[in-house]
Each structure stands twice: as structure tokens, then as C-alpha cells.
Design a protein around this ligand. Structure first.
Ligand SMILES: Nc1ncnc2c1ncn2[C@@H]1O[C@H](COP(=O)(O)OP(=O)(O)OP(=O)(O)O)[C@@H](O)[C@H]1O
Ligand SMILES: [Mg+2]
Length: 142
């Protein structure tokens, strides 16, 4: 599915709709460069999972956890570029915890994404500063 977002609010809304549909154990892997709106999308995703706490970027902590309808584990893999580091943060354990793992900079750990990962790609759209093309694909749905 591909849609166009014209604002931060719209990106959050698209995240919200996806969040409402996610089941336990889902990995949502973002693709797209700096400032494309991955954290904004995750704020909506968290709302769709009925998480109450405010989502902030896990850039320095690598992973933030939120309680909701399902737990949300929000990763930022920007600084992570080898498999030892992924092992150290306990990636495999998070996968087994029955929550939703939302992964910013999944490009850095592409090899570790499960087969049924939901990919969310966010790109600029044309000349417009605030426009984004958001493509959601993968997962187990047909
Ligand atoms: N349509 C849009 N969707 C999302 N963000 C937008 C949009 N238009 C403008 N923005 C701006 O782009 C920025 C997105 O920031 P955000 O932290 O969500 O990006 P990110 O992809 O997580 O970046 P990083 O790679 O640094 O983690 C914000 O400053 C936001 O205001
Ligand atoms: Mg971010």
C-alpha cells in the first residue's frame, strides 16, 4: 500500500491506522533517511497500540519500551552496525516477547529482520518540504 502524507499529523495518522491492525510479534522496519518521519510515524503507531506515554526518539538509548494493548519496543539502529551490538541489546529476546518491534534505520540490520516483517518506507515527494510517500508492504497479510 502506498499513500501520500502532506504533514506530520498525516504521517502520525497513517501510523495510527497501522498500529490498530498489528498483532503480537510483528516487526515494523522503517526504511528512509534522516528526518523522513520515522519517529513521527511511531508516535501514531504507539497510539494505535493504546500506549499512553509520549514517544521520544531512542537515538541514545537504542531501545525504548512502551506499555499498550501490546508492548511496543521502539529501536533506533542508527549507531548500530555490527551483529555483536545487535546481540548485546538482546534483539532476539525482544522478538520473543510478543510485542511490536518498530525499527528505525533497519537498513543497518537488514539481515536480522524476520521473513514476515512489515516494511514502512518513507521518502520525500517532489519539491514539497513536507510531503512524503509512505509505502507499507510485507507482513503476513495477502
Ligand atoms: N509529512 C511529514 N511527515 C513526517 N514528518 C514531517 C512531515 N513533513 C515535515 N516533517 C518534519 O520532518 C521531521 C521528521 O522527524 P522525525 O524525527 O519523525 O524523523 P526520523 O525519520 O525519525 O528522523 P531520524 O532519522 O533522525 O530518526 C520533523 O521535523 C517533522 O516536523
Ligand atoms: Mg527518528
Amino acid at each position: 500500500m502506498t499513500c501520500i502524507s502532506h504533514s506530520v499529523a498525516e504521517t502520525e495518522e497513517i501510523g495510527h491506522e497501522l498500529g490498530q491492525r498489528l498483532g503480537p510479534g510483528t516487526v515494523v522496519a522503517y526504511r528512509g533517511g534522516l528526518g523522513m518521519g520515522k519517529t513521527a510515524f511511531t508516535r501514531g503507531l504507539a497510539r494505535g497500540l493504546a500506549c499512553q506515554d509520549r514517544v521520544t526518539s531512542p537515538t541514545f538509548t537504542i531501545v525504548n519500551e512502551y506499555r499498550g494493548r501490546l508492548p511496543l519496543f521502539h529501536f533506533d539502529m542508527y549507531r548500530l552496525d555490527d551483529s555483536d551490538a545487535l546481540f548485546d541489546i538482546g534483539w532476539e529476546d525482544y522478538l520473543d516477547r510478543g510485542g511490536v518491534c518498530a525499527v528505525e534505520w533497519s537498513e543497518n540490520v537488514a539481515y536480522a529482520m524476520p521473513e514476515d516483517t512489515v516494511y514502512v518506507t518513507i521518502e520525500r515527494h517532489g519539491e514539497h518540504e513536507d510531503w512524503r510517500v509512505i509505502t507499507i508492504e510485507g507482513g503476513t497479510e495477502a
